[in-house]
Design a protein around this ligand. Structure first.
Ligand code: MF3
Ligand code: CO
Length: 254
């Protein structure tokens, strides 16, 4: 069941989204060669609590994963797709780093991810980054009353295909509200014009994940970190978006 949110609820979710945006900005400002990913996690933790929110990922137990998520944010570098656990690893020049942040504020969730290129990087890194961000932006433009859910999915896949990148198929975007993961699941591929019609008050976390090589992924022995099977580069972006009568309202950007 897809839960539509009232205008007041969307206002609260906008506040959750602002906190996520602030955390991502501070992380961006601290993402330099040599920085430990655990430092970014501590930085995020401090900001989240200071702003009166709770980290949404810490202790999260997934449907298919009984190991509680041990950190506040996810930091996924290069061949890591999503759910990279912050730790002793340091960021290097040329890395493609995805940072995923989720918070709960006054009962509502906000969830967003940004990828960052550290210093100088190769052409493929830039092309993959541009394509994934482009796919997110183009799919947000489809968040209009009367479109169908799979118009979002199809737009993402079509953008990947344009540059010969593959789309991760086993992870999806999601509805979001009083729970971090609500209906519907948002596939990052598929034909257009299918699934539920988009309605006023739906709030969706759209998260394209593009790979430079094949779409296959594996989970590391830590039970969380998802890597590409061919160990080629992967990129991830995410925004929380509300569907309003004035069009898409991105809750996790300034
Ligand atoms: N943005 C991701 C998601 O929506 C992050 C989840 S990390 C987890 O699923 F640890 F909370 F699972
Ligand atoms: Co999400």
């Amino acid at each position: 069941m897809i839960i539509c949110k009232s205008a007041d609820e969307i206002k609260l979710m906008r506040q959750a989204g602002k906190i996520v945006t602030e955390v991502l900005l501070q992380i961006k400002n601290n993402l330099k060669p040599g920085v430990q990913t655990s430092y970014l996690d501590k930085l995020a933790e401090g900001i989240i609590y200071k702003m009166g929110a709770l980290p949404a990922f810490k202790g999260y137990v997934g449907k298919l994963n009984s190991t509680p998520y041990p950190a506040n944010i996810c930091v996924s570098i290069n061949e890591e797709v999503v759910h990279g656990i912050p730790g002793k690893k340091t960021v290097k020049e040329g890395d493609l780093v995805s940072v995923d942040v989720g918070v709960k504020y006054l009962g509502y969730y906000g969830d967003a991810a940004r990828s960052f290129i550290v210093g100088d990087a190769g052409k493929t890194t830039h092309r993959l980054f541009d394509a994934t961000l482009d796919a997110l932006n183009m799919s947000i433009d489809k968040c209009v009353i009367g479109n169908r859910l799979s118009d979002i999915s199809h737009t993402i896949e079509a953008r990947a295909q344009k540059d010969n990148f593959s789309v991760v198929r086993v992870f999806v975007g999601h509805g979001i509200g009083k729970r971090m993961h609500e209906d519907p699941q948002i596939l990052n591929y598929g034909p257009p014009g299918q699934g539920p019609p988009l309605k006023k008050g739906m709030v969706l976390a759209i998260e394209p994940m593009f790979n430079a090589g094949t779409s296959d992924v594996e989970v590391q022995p830590d039970n969380w970190t998802v890597v590409t099977a061919d160990r080629k580069l992967s990129c991830h972006f995410e925004d929380t978006v509300a569907i309003t009568s004035d069009g898409p309202l991105i809750l996790t950007r300034d």
